[in-house]
Ligand binder design. Structure first.
Ligand code: ACO
Length: 355
């Protein structure tokens, strides 16, 4: 019995793969190539080909997502009034729950982006801002969050982020989506479940906590002492460890380069590098043999922060990256998979019925 299901092969996929060197491949392309030559919508075209359409291109995906953002905007009244003053994570969940049962891949993805900006604006007492259907997701997200077009370097940085973290195989949220759709439930239901699985601090909920941790370490004035105290108390260091990446996640370097291009003198990065170096050493002492290296969360959090995204929005924006991959995996499961139904090993009381 493996409570964490490690090593269990639960699906066959043509979508993405994490190889032994720690490189993520999406439809045969490395993340480096996707960032340089495809961008977020170009990568969605690859992910969705044969699952959510055929002959998809970056341009066709930009156009479809734009049209579906307009549709999502027209439906804000269905859910926004009650969600507007709830925490962002919950507000986004309500938005996804409001989707019609037969929603398309593009409608679900577009609703997520429109929901995030409408909720962020509501928190600041601002009305929702209509999407510009001709823009990329990154450009329109930043435009509607800020209320004005963002400089291209910020748009590029967000596009790099969304593309870099778009998929890494059968993550917990991807698996959750596959389990749900394996019962022939709707794509909308599967995506609501995948999003729910994603929000936990051990998974997509981590990036804002990574910045909180850096702040706490900074305030203590003693990196080594703080780490020792945290590990001695059984705390998990956010931004370290991963079920699949046993070496430092190479995607962190892509995010770090994007941050260095955007903000060459980022002081937080200098501090974070020092924390990372010492944390890896401390983890090796406290958890010998576990190989706990940096995952992407600290670099992701620093990049999103430099782009001007508030911490509360880190996880929902991370979900914008992952949604297209959850969708591709779920539709692949629907096409070729069986209903998922594992077994539990009973360890409770035996035969206590009275005759
Ligand atoms: N800090 C301290 N101890 C850790 C950490 C950490 N970051 N990560 C793992 N450990 C410990 C565990 O407590 C466990 O110790 P034990 O064997 O004495 O009980 C041991 O190392 C092995 O860890 P597992 O829990 O088996 O690792 P698992 O593969 O289940 O967990 C996970 C991976 C959840 C990412 C874990 O490393 C973690 O909690 N990291 C911190 C949170 C984080 O950064 N999450 C984002 C992940 S990236 C993503 O999902 C998008």
């Amino acid at each position: 019995m493996s409570g964490g299901l490690e090593g269990v092969i639960a699906a066959e996929t043509v979508i993405s793969n994490l190889d032994e060197s720690g490189t993520v491949w999406v439809r045969g392309h490395s993340i480096n190539e996707l960032v340089s030559n495809y961008g977020y919508e170009g990568t969605i075209a690859l992910l969705w080909e044969d699952f959510a359409g055929t002959g998809l291109t970056r341009e066709s995906v930009i156009a479809q997502l734009g049209a579906d953002r307009a549709l999502a905007f027209s439906r804000l009244e269905d859910w926004l009034p009650k969600a507007a003053h709830r925490p962002l994570i919950e507000g986004v969940r309500r938005a996804l729950a409001s989707l019609p049962e037969d929603s398309s891949a593009s409608a679900i993805t577009a609703t997520l982006t429109v929901a995030i900006t409408a909720l962020l604006r509501a928190q600041n007492g601002q009305p929702p801002m209509a999407p510009n259907v001709t823009l990329t997701t990154s450009a329109d997200l930043l435009r509607t969050i800020r209320g004005e077009p963002a400089e291209q370097r910020f748009v590029n940085a967000l596009d790099t982020y969304l593309t870099t973290v778009i998929d890494n195989g059968l993550g917990t949220s991807t698996f959750a989506g596959r389990v749900i759709i394996s019962t022939q439930a709707s794509l909308a239901s599967a995506m609501l479940g995948a999003y729910g699985a994603f929000t936990g601090p051990l998974h997509g909920g981590a990036p804002s906590l990574a910045l909180d941790m850096l702040d706490r370490i900074g305030a203590s004035g003693d990196i080594e002492g703080w780490l020792e105290h945290a590990l001695a108390g059984g705390e998990r260091l956010i931004g370290f460890g991963h079920r699949m990446f046993r070496k430092r996640d190479p995607r962190a370097d892509i995010l770090r380069s994007a941050l260095q291009r955007l903000d060459p003198n980022n002081q937080r990065l200098v501090f974070a590098q020092e924390v990372e170096r010492r944390a890896v050493g401390a983890l090796a002492r406290y958890k010998p043999g576990r190989r706990l290296e940096a995952n992407i969360e600290i670099d992701a959090a620093l990049l999103l922060d430099a782009i001007g995204i508030t911490r509360e929005a880190f996880t929902p924006i991370f979900a914008v990256a992952r949604m297209p991959a959850w969708i591709a995996h779920a539709l692949e499961q629907r096409k070729s998979g069986r209903m998922m139904r594992p077994t539990s090993h009973y360890i409770g009381r035996q035969s206590i019925d009275t005759k």
